[in-house]
Design a protein around this ligand. Structure first.
Ligand code: ZN
Length: 225
């Protein structure tokens, strides 16, 4: 299972790390966290400063990337209690990227570790028609998932779904139109993640992939080929 168009369940990968590849079977939204990283012509990406990199780059250096029509989201950015930078420093950087997202009308790709109360507080301060907040690599309790969904967020699931399937049995209850799938650091797992997610939702891989594809197109305002 590879998740390629030829096997009938093409779905986009909402968040991928690594050297962006052109001409892959899977459409991936590559994460660009270094403003000097060369981005090949044909790839689509998210761009922003990860909380682990707070203080490493100037946000202004990302302006050309943010302005590109191939930049579909701002991030990954967010808050992380395990990062070196103090939380107020991370908060300032995250707020600057929220402002970029709203100014440019592009969704946010969010990394959040042990800062969900802070994240929800920030979210509640934003206008209802602000761009979508995608919580990437979501793992956690049903309560946490539904607090985020109730706040209007979309959840992107990756390898955690395979590792934690046992304690994410609520996955089937997550509305199908609020789900994305991603590989993050593990591109080879895409087919497995899709198959597991589809099975948990009691759908065929192609039905599930179709829903994820429609979500991706709506959220990132990008029509897939
Ligand atoms: Zn990531």
């Amino acid at each position: 299972m590879t998740g390629t168009p030829s096997d009938g369940f093409a779905a986009p990968d909402a968040h991928a790390h690594g050297a962006p590849c052109e001409n892959e079977d899977v459409f991936r939204l590559w994460n660009i966290g270094d403003p000097s990283c060369p981005v090949p012509e044909n790839v689509f990406f998210s761009a922003g400063i990860h909380p682990w990199d707070a203080g490493k780059y100037e946000l202004a250096a990302f302006a050309p990337l943010f302005g590109s029509p191939r930049c579909l989201a701002i991030g990954e950015c967010g808050l992380d209690r395990t990062a070196d930078a103090a939380l107020p420093v991370q908060m300032k950087l995250f707020e600057a990227q929220i402002a970029e997202s709203e100014r440019r009308g592009k969704p946010l790709m969010i990394h959040c570790v042990r800062c969900f109360p802070e994240l929800l507080r920030l979210k509640s301060s934003r206008p209802e028609d602000a761009p979508v907040w995608v919580i990437h690599g979501f793992r956690g309790t049903k309560r946490k998932a539904f607090d985020l969904l109730d706040a209007g967020c979309v959840l992107s699931f990756g390898a955690g779904l395979l590792r934690d399937a046992g304690n994410m049995d609520y996955f089937a209850e997550i509305p199908l139109d609020r789900i994305l799938v991603e590989t993050d650091e593990s591109p080879e797992l895409f087919g497995g993640i899709l198959a597991e997610a589809a099975a948990m939702h009691l759908l065929s891989p192609s039905e599930f992939a179709g829903a994820v594809r429609a979500n991706f197109e709506r959220i990132f305002r990008h029509e897939l080929a």
